[in-house]
Design a protein around this ligand. Structure first.
Ligand SMILES: Nc1nc2c(ncn2[C@@H]2O[C@H](COP(=O)(O)OP(=O)(O)OP(=O)(O)O)[C@@H](O)[C@H]2O)c(=O)[nH]1
Ligand SMILES: [Mg+2]
Length: 363
């Protein structure tokens, strides 16, 4: 029988970050893609950046940059090249051939993290659906390159059998099946929700960018013990707990974190999870104000707030929003807050009284 070392060697990767729009922060994007890679246990050994002006249709990045990366890889071979961009199947295949290594894009990487984290049946079905929708238009190219450069590991992991062996028809059939299964769970949820509605208990949802501290806040407010990690996308499943708030019980729900360019495949698949936010009477938008560049000059969290608000608008969650600046134990400078904003710390519980007061008055 084969034996496995417990200290398994990490897969290595390079990241390639592309800025195409004015005002996009290269530093923020680089930080984020490295954190995403680490969230799926990859070791990033090199990074490349490019401001793309003349968009190259076949490789996105210019031929000079491709050459620079090829030369790097000749002396530093890696398991995977991650491109922080949404690529077509043929772009993945062109870059794989140029680099002689497997290539995945931002969406593929995020889907892989979700596949790794999914625990409940519902989350697994949702991730698998998203993976299949992502894979379908790329099937031929991905099949070809994975035969050449290996198909196991990051970007290929799925709950269950590998999808690369499935032909298009089977993939489409599976997509239909998954949609139906998810619909069934959704209906069950609706029943449960209606039951809860009859009791008249108000619902509060914790939403926000990944790693903002949503689960930590749920734990601290309700004395629960939900999985908290300094890793992107620690939570995929919604968890609801009762919270006693100035004389009334409310239900507090933790939700999946957001990220910029959240793959639409995931937004579509996770609608029933995101539905919790939509149905809430009050949304606590949790923000990590420590998310800044190393010199503190670039406020990355402003971009994350914009992203979160955009997703909430997109899913039609138009209810009351209270902005909760968490991790205030870590910051020295505070800004002037408006009515619907509060500083708290899930760690020290500072600001909890004020948070609860505001929640009560907004419900
Ligand atoms: N210092 C400090 N750290 C905090 C605080 N709240 C959360 N953290 C840390 O921030 C990290 C992320 O916390 P989580 O609660 O997992 O964040 P989340 O928003 O649920 O993240 P996802 O589930 O990945 O979307 C963990 O390492 C926490 O220990 C806080 O108030 N102060
Ligand atoms: Mg969480």
């Amino acid at each position: 029988m084969a034996t496995y070392s417990t200290a398994e060697k990490k897969q290595t990767a390079i990241v390639i970050v592309i800025v195409t729009k004015k005002g996009e922060s290269m530093a923020r994007k680089l930080d984020e893609i490295v954190r995403l890679a680490e969230a799926t246990d990859l070791q990033v050994v090199g990074s490349f950046t490019q401001n793309v002006k003349d968009f190259n249709k076949s490789t996105v990045i210019g031929s000079g940059k491709v050459q620079e990366i090829v030369e790097f890889l000749e002396s530093n071979p890696v398991d995977l090249a991650i491109v922080d961009y949404k690529l077509t199947g043929s772009q993945i295949s062109n870059l794989s051939n140029a680099f002689s290594t497997r290539v995945i894009d931002r969406v593929g990487l995020i889907l892989d993290i979700f596949a790794k984290r999914a625990k409940t049946n519902e989350a697994k079905l949702q991730v698998k659906l998203a993976q299949n929708i992502y894979l379908l238009p790329k099937l031929r190219d991905v099949k070809e390159t994975s035969n050449k450069y290996g198909g196991a590991g990051v970007g290929m992991r799925g709950p269950g059998e590998t999808k690369l062996e499935l032909d298009r028809r089977r993939l489409e059939k599976e997509i239909d099946f998954l949609k139906k299964e998810i619909q069934k769970i959704k209906s069950q949820r609706q029943v449960g929700r209606r039951e809860r509605e009859k009791t008249g208990i108000k619902k509060v949802a914790l939403v926000g960018y990944t790693n903002a501290g949503k689960s930590s806040l749920l734990n601290a407010l309700t004395k629960e013990n939900i999985y908290v990690q300094d890793k992107y996308f620690a939570t995929l499943d919604t968890t609801s707990r009762k919270l006693f708030l100035n004389g009334q019980n409310v239900i507090l729900t933790d939700t999946v974190g957001f990220i910029s360019e959240l793959p639409h495949e995931l937004v579509d698949s996770f609608t029933s999870t995101l539905e919790e936010a939509k149905q809430a009477d009050l949304i606590l938008h949790v923000v990590d104000p420590t998310a800044t560049s190393q010199d503190g000059k670039e406020l990355y969290y402003e971009e994350s707030m914009r992203v979160t608000n955009q997703v909430l608008d997109d899913i039609g969650a138009t209810k009351n929003r209270l902005t909760v600046y968490n991790k205030c134990d870590l910051i020295t400078q505070r800004k002037q807050l408006s009515e619907n904003e509060v500083y708290v710390s899930a760690k020290t519980k500072e600001g909890f009284d004020e948070l609860k007061e505001k929640m009560t008055s907004m419900l």
